[in-house]
Design a protein around this ligand. Structure first.
Ligand SMILES: [Zn+2]
Length: 402
């Protein structure tokens, strides 16, 4: 209880500090606020000497700093800093692994999509982490991840097409924003789930044998899932890591690969994925010990694939916030500019989630934003340590002026 008390006390102190400008009164959280910085990334382009007016939890206006000279709103001038939308993490397991949402928010991720774990309606975004989920992963009876994690609320086995359709309807009714399926025969060297262990740190000990052939959903069941999900306006994301799973996913029209595949895929499959406009959630960092991740990322990028940012928060090797290493992998392996990397983790992801203006700082956008001292275009790693975080217009942390 003592630690809980001091944690709360600490939060109170932080919020008082966060709202206080040197030599001025504290901001009231419900009043308009003008934040200016040397660089402002609006989700699409980088502006210099710009300012963002926040009112009623949303961005009211973005413009050059001097355009606001007659604005009566209290000002927070960040100086030589960069203001940008909060990051959107598209592959996480916060609820299942009990990762504290507040910690993730304080480290710059303002929206998380859990893909595997307890089902709930989307919530948050008003000073707390915006959290949405797929609910449990649909899989074959005894299919992955059941061998690793058991029949907990991370997996829901479906035996036939009828059960599959019922499961999709139940998930969507319960709040699932996407349907996740597992297409995993097991045994890929270097993958966190290989070796039959639930924990990645043990995976290396058994990764050289390939004893598994976990059951996978049949094409018929998978097609039923995709059809039912699409009828209900949901995409289907697949956990896949090698060519058998990829082939199934391509044949039934899976919309999203929840990972860059662990093993090197045949070039024809990569071509087909790009032709079918499959979105690929990166998760390169946590799969960096896989043999084929680097080559798949390079080849997919050459072919023009659309990547989305996801680091797999809750895996033991991934920070609880923005993963600077993931950003660096995207920059160096996928050949993206830092601006492109930030774009896929902000405005592209907001569009993909179909939440209007999420991931931008354009008028009407939810006022979810972060700021770092300096220029992350020169050093993406800075983003792992935000100096200001705002969610729905509420300041969560603010280390400026201190
Ligand atoms: Zn996962």
């Amino acid at each position: 209880m003592k630690s809980q008390f001091s944690f709360n006390r600490c939060l109170q102190l932080l919020s008082v500090l966060a709202l206080t400008l040197p030599g001025s009164a504290a901001f009231a959280q419900d009043q308009p606020l003008l934040i200016s910085a040397a660089r402002v990334f609006d989700g699409y382009t980088l502006r210099t000497d710009a300012a963002v007016l926040i009112s009623e939890g949303k961005v009211a206006r973005i413009d050059g700093r001097e355009a606001f000279n007659d604005s009566g709103a209290p000002r927070l001038d960040l100086g030589d800093a960069t203001l940008l939308p909060g990051f959107i993490e598209l592959h996480a397991h916060l609820s299942y692994q009990h990762v504290p949402a507040d910690t993730v928010l304080r480290h710059g991720v303002t929206t998380v999509r859990d893909v595997g774990g307890p089902l709930h309606q989307p919530y948050g975004g008003d000073g707390s982490l915006r959290l949405m989920t797929s609910g449990p992963i649909l899989t074959a009876p005894a299919g992955y991840p059941i061998p690793n994690l058991g029949e907990t609320d991370i997996a829901m086995p479906v035996a036939d097409a009828q059960q599959a359709r019922q499961a999709v309807r139940k998930l969507v009714a319960g709040g699932a924003v996407v349907i996740k399926v597992a297409l995993e025969p097991g045994g890929e060297a270097g993958a966190p789930w290989s070796g039959g262990h639930a924990h990645a740190q043990h995976a290396h000990s058994k990764m050289h044998d390939k004893p598994h052939s976990w059951p996978m959903l049949s094409p018929v069941v998978l097609a039923a899932i995709v059809d039912e999900a699409h009828q209900l306006g949901r995409r289907v994301a697949a956990h896949l890591a090698e060519s058998k799973g990829a082939q199934l996913a391509l044949d039934v029209g899976i919309d999203e690969w929840a990972h860059t595949p662990c093993e090197t895929l045949p070039d024809a499959q990569l071509h087909r994925a790009v032709a079918q406009q499959v979105r690929i959630v990166s998760t390169i960092d946590t799969l960096s010990k896989c043999s084929g991740v680097s080559s798949n990322v390079r080849r997919l990028a050459e072919l023009g694939a659309e990547f989305l940012y996801g680091a797999e928060i809750a895996h033991p090797d991934i920070p609880w916030g923005i993963d600077g290493q993931e950003l660096l992998y995207l920059q160096h392996l996928a050949g993206m500019t830092p601006l492109d990397v930030i774009r896929i983790a902000t405005s592209n992801a907001g569009q993909y989630l179909n939440i209007p203006l999420l991931g931008t700082l354009l008028p009407g956008a939810p006022a979810d934003m972060i700021a770092v001292k300096g220029d992350p275009m020169q050093k993406l790693k800075l983003l792992e340590y935000p100096d200001l975080v705002m969610s729905g217009g509420k300041l969560i942390i603010n280390y400026f002026g201190s």
